[in-house]
Design a protein around this ligand. Structure first.
Ligand SMILES: [Zn+2]
Ligand SMILES: [Zn+2]
Length: 390
């Protein structure tokens, strides 16, 4: 999933499920939800080894940094909110997210999401043999109402404007839409479900989230916050579809994600990163689909976004690495379509970039990544030259 929670601006834990059929000689597909730069052309080993768990909400600096004292934080009547969500009676202990397609085990009556418990023969809570599972529509409707309820929590905003509210009791109370809080809550739930491979659940939460943001865009127009949030959520929906093997829907979500991200100023590195990753993901899907020309054109678009990003931020090593990765992706597809010379040029340009990049000792993670990308590109070049001498 585009590695950034669009609300919390935090990178979610790495949870990339690998597709079994992935060819190890190919560039790895970008991993959903990965906090490691996902379109890493380096070997997937290094991506996995280097991924350290990271707090989901590093900086709870969602929005409203203004900390207006007159603003009362919304409180969920159930004690669930986006920052302190606890596993409760409405959650599944397997995926640690709100129940989705709630199913009750027979005979022990423990409840889980359908997709989660279907992988077990014995109840994970009590160990009883599961004879069958039955839909628990009552409990599910409580969960659904709970999610709906989160949309209606209003934040009361008392104006401090003296002129308007001289008498204390006349203070104006404005109810603000807090669907942003619901947004980060839903994204958190979706990420948990996705990590636990309950993709349907993740997709369902994200769809609600996307609808919320679309509704806000209708009311407030294409503000950059809303466009970047929607762009990111649509990217996550694309990841869900891809994980479900529905590449046509994945492509259309990624396309739409690109469309919203393109509305934004290109001087924000998070945005250019998300945009270039979405473009690469479409490229990957086209690549695996055998449409190499289309793959190439998306990889090139991604490369161009990254080249432009370097123009704005010339000394950000991760950006330079991103450009090298993009060069390798384009070169790889060039080689596949028989443009040998162009491919060699691309690989060589990537090597030049990587070799000229010197990192500080504290950037050990990036250095590891630089070396693995370099190793990958060198091996591609060597492979190419071996072929041509045959
Ligand atoms: Zn579950
Ligand atoms: Zn049980």
């Amino acid at each position: 999933m585009t590695p950034v929670c669009p609300f919390a601006k935090a990178r979610p834990d790495d949870a990339s499920p690998r597709k079994p059929g992935e060819n190890s000689n190919k560039l790895p597909a970008e991993c959903p939800f990965s906090k490691a730069r996902p379109d890493d052309a380096s070997s997937r080993k290094s991506v996995e080894n280097s991924s350290k768990p990271q707090a989901e909400n590093d900086g709870n600096k969602a929005k409203n940094d203004s900390n207006d004292s007159a603003t009362i934080s919304p409180k969920c009547p159930f004690g669930y909110d986006s920052q302190t969500f606890k596993i409760g009676p409405l959650s599944c202990v397997i995926c640690q997210a709100l129940l989705f397609e709630t199913s009750k085990c027979v005979p022990c009556s423990h409840v889980y999401c359908k997709a989660c418990v279907s992988r077990f023969k014995d109840c994970p809570l009590c160990g009883a043999d599961i004879e069958k599972i039955e839909a628990d529509t009552n409990l599910q409707s409580v969960v659904d109402r709970f999610i709906e309820g989160h949309a209606r929590i209003k934040r009361s905003h008392v104006t401090s404007d003296k002129e308007e509210g001289e008498a204390g009791e006349n203070k104006k109370v404005i109810y603000e839409d807090v669907s942003m809080e619901r947004g980060s809550f839903l994204v958190q739930q979706a990420m948990r479900a996705f990590r636990a491979q309950n993709i349907e659940s993740a997709k369902s939460r994200l769809s609600i989230c996307a609808e919320d943001i679309r509704g806000q865009i209708e009311r407030m127009g294409n503000t950059s916050d809303l466009c970047s949030q929607l762009g990111a959520v649509l990217g996550m929906l694309g990841d869900c579809c891809r994980a479900m093997g529905d590449s046509a829907s994945a492509v259309s979500y990624f396309e739409e994600s690109v469309e919203f991200l393109m509305k934004l100023p290109m001087d924000d590195l998070e945005i250019t990163h998300t945009l270039s990753v979405s473009l690469n993901k479409i490229g990957d899907l086209k690549y695996y689909d055998g449409d190499l020309q289309a793959a190439r054109s998306y990889y090139v678009r991604s490369l161009n976004v990254r080249r432009d990003a370097i123009k704005h931020h010339s000394n950000v090593p991760s950006q330079i690495l991103d450009v090298a990765v993009s060069l390798a992706k384009v070169a790889d597809v060039d080689r596949s379509i028989g443009s040998e010379d162009v491919a060699v040029d691309g690989f060589q340009e990537a090597i030049k970039l990587l070799e000229s990049l010197t990192l500080k000792p504290e950037e050990a993670g990036l250095e590891q990544r630089r070396l693995s990308v370099l190793e990958f590109v060198n091996s591609q070049l060597a492979e190419k030259q071996t072929e041509s001498t045959l």
